[in-house]
Design a protein around this ligand. Structure first.
Ligand SMILES: [Zn+2]
Length: 464
C-alpha cells in the first residue's frame, strides 16, 4: 500500500493498494488549506489515474470525495464503489464543489488579469462531475461484493454521516495467503443522534484508521445539549446573533436536530434559525430520502409521529442569494448556520464579515478545522482576519464545541478496535490526523498492547 493524501494531515484522503497485480484507490479527497498550495496539490496526482483499476469511497465528505471528478478528467474510467446514500450525497456535493471551483478561479483570474498573467483553469467543471457520477456503483451495507479475482469488499455502517462506511477487504493472494484488511473511513460516535452507532470492523490483519481526534475526549452528550442551550440563551438576551460555520452535510442536520429538541423542550427561547446553504438544503432532502440509515431514536420520535426531524416552526431554510444577504440587515437575535465548515468559501464568509466586529455576537465552531483555514485562524484567537481581501477586527465571542464533528474521540477509537485480537492485528496505519492527535493515539495503542502502529508520511509505501 502507498499513502498519498491525508497522511500526517486531515484532508485530501487518498490511499493506494496494490493487490494481485491490480491497483485499488481508497478515497480521492480534496486537500484543503492555502489556496496556492491546494490548487497545485489537488491538480497533480502522484500516480497515473488511468492506471487505477478500481476505486472505493467511504463517504461523501469533500475531503474524501472531492477530487474524484479531477481523477476522472485525468483518465480514470473504472468503477467507484460506495453506498447508495453516498452516491446520492455525492450527486449534490460534487456539483456544489464544481461551482465553488469555478467561482474561485473566476476570482483568481480577475486578479491575474490585472497582473497580466495567464488565466487558470478550474480544477474541474460540472461536466466532469456528471461524467464521474456515471462511474459510481451504489451498494447496500453488509453485502459482500466481488471486486476482482481474490478480492471482496463489504461496506459496514461507520456512523459518521449518512451513508458513511468502513470498508472490509477480504483478500486471497495468488499464493493462497489470506488477509483481512480494514479501512475505517471516518469513524462516528456511538452516542450521536440521527445516524446509527458505528459497526466495528473485526478480526483484521491490518487496518488503515482515521485519527482526527486521537488526542481528545469529547464532552458527554447531555452536557453538550445544556451547553448549547446556555449559549443560545445568553446571546438571545444580549440580542446578538450566533453564526455557525458548519459542514453542510452531517453536522448541519445534527445541529438542527438538537436545536429542534431543545426548542420542543422549551430550553431555548423563540429565536429564528436560518440554515443558509443551498447545499445543506439539498443534503437535508437526501437525509429525508434515506430514513433506513437513521438510528432508532430519530426513527421513533419523529418519523412515527409523522414529524420532520429536520424542519420545525422556528427553522427557515434559505435558498436564494438575496434572502441570504437580507439576513445582514436584520437586527434581531438569530442563529445562522452556513457553509463551508472551515470558512474557506461559501455564504458563511459574508456572515462572518458582517458579524465578527460586534461584541454581542458569537461565532460557534462545531467541527474540526484544518491548519491555515479561516475558521482555524478565528478559532485560534487571531484579532484580525482577512475576508474577501479586506481586513476585519474580531470583537465577537468565539466558542468551540467538538461534539458535532461526528468523529470518534481517543477512547472511542481505541474501543473501535476491540473485536480485533492483538496477536492477529499486526499492522495499524494511522491516517487522517495531524501529528498532535495521531502520535498520542499511537502511544495509547502501543500501551494497550497493539504492535506495529505506523503514522505514514505522504508517499510512503508498506507491504503487509
Ligand atoms: Zn468525514
Amino acid at each position: 500500500m502507498q499513502f498519498i493524501g491525508a497522511a500526517r494531515t486531515v484532508t485530501g484522503s487518498q490511499h493506494l493498494l496494490f493487490i494481485n497485480g491490480k491497483k485499488i484507490l481508497l478515497e480521492c479527497g480534496l486537500f484543503q488549506g492555502h489556496r496556492k498550495d491546494t490548487y497545485e496539490r489537488n491538480k497533480n496526482f502522484k500516480y497515473n489515474p488511468a492506471e487505477i483499476d478500481l476505486m472505493i469511497l467511504s463517504h461523501a465528505h469533500i475531503d474524501h470525495s472531492g477530487n474524484i471528478p479531477n481523477l476522472v478528467k485525468n483518465g480514470y474510467d473504472g468503477p467507484i464503489y460506495t453506498t447508495t446514500a453516498t452516491v446520492d450525497l455525492c450527486q449534490i456535493m460534487l456539483r456544489d464543489s464544481a461551482h465553488l471551483q469555478e467561482r474561485d478561479i473566476e476570482w483568481v483570474n480577475k486578479k491575474r488579469k490585472k497582473k497580466k498573467q495567464e488565466p487558470m483553469e478550474p480544477l474541474y467543471s460540472l461536466e466532469d462531475v456528471e461524467k464521474a457520477m456515471e462511474q459510481f456503483i451504489g451498494v447496500q451495507y453488509n453485502r459482500r461484493i466481488n471486486l476482482l479475482p481474490g478480492v471482496t469488499v463489504t461496506f459496514q455502517d461507520a456512523g459518521h454521516i449518512l451513508g458513511s462506511a468502513s470498508i472490509l477487504l477480504e483478500i486471497e493472494e495468488e499464493d493462497g495467503r489470506k488477509i483481512r484488511l480494514g479501512f475505517t473511513g471516518d469513524i462516528g460516535r456511538p452516542v450521536m443522534p440521527v445516524i446509527r452507532t458505528p459497526d466495528q470492523l473485526r478480526d483484521l490483519d491490518a487496518i488503515i484508521m482515521e485519527s482526527t481526534y486521537g488526542n481528545r475526549l469529547h464532552t458527554p452528550s447531555e452536557e453538550v445539549e445544556e451547553e448549547l442551550a446556555t449559549v443560545v440563551r445568553e446571546v438571545y438576551e444580549k440580542k446578538g446573533k450566533i453564526i455557525i460555520p458548519s459542514f453542510a452535510v452531517g453536522r448541519t442536520q445534527l445541529l438542527v436536530y438538537m436545536l429542534h429538541k431543545l426548542f420542543d423542550q422549551n430550553r431555548i427561547p423563540e429565536i429564528p434559525i436560518y440554515v443558509d446553504s443551498p447545499l445543506a438544503v439539498n443534503a437535508t432532502n437526501v437525509f429525508r430520502a434515506h430514513p433506513e440509515c437513521f438510528d432508532r431514536e430519530t426513527y421513533r420520535v419523529f418519523l412515527q409521529n409523522g414529524e420532520d426531524p429536520f424542519g420545525f416552526k422556528r427553522l427557515i431554510y434559505i435558498h436564494t442569494v438575496d434572502e441570504s444577504k437580507a439576513l445582514n440587515g436584520m437586527n434581531e437575535p438569530m442563529i445562522i448556520i452556513s457553509a463551508s465548515g472551515m470558512a474557506e468559501g461559501g455564504r458563511i464568509l459574508h456572515h462572518l464579515a458582517n458579524n465578527v466586529g460586534n461584541p454581542k455576537n458569537l461565532v460557534l465552531f462545531v467541527g474540526y478545522s484544518a491548519e491555515n483555514t479561516l475558521a482555524r485562524k478565528i478559532m485560534d484567537g487571531e484579532k484580525e482576519v482577512n475576508i474577501f481581501g479586506e481586513s476585519y477586527e474580531i470583537n465577537c465571542k468565539i466558542k468551540k464545541m467538538d461534539y458535532f464533528s461526528g468523529h470518534a474521540d481517543q477512547k472511542e477509537l481505541i474501543d473501535y478496535l476491540r473485536l480485533n485480537p492483538k496477536n492477529k492485528l499486526k499492522n495499524i496505519f494511522l491516517v487522517h490526523g495531524e501529528e498532535s492527535e495521531a502520535l498520542p493515539l499511537k502511544e495509547k495503542l502501543l500501551q494497550s498492547g497493539y504492535s506495529n502502529v505506523i503514522f505514514p508520511a505522504s508517499g510512503e509505501k508498506f507491504e503487509i
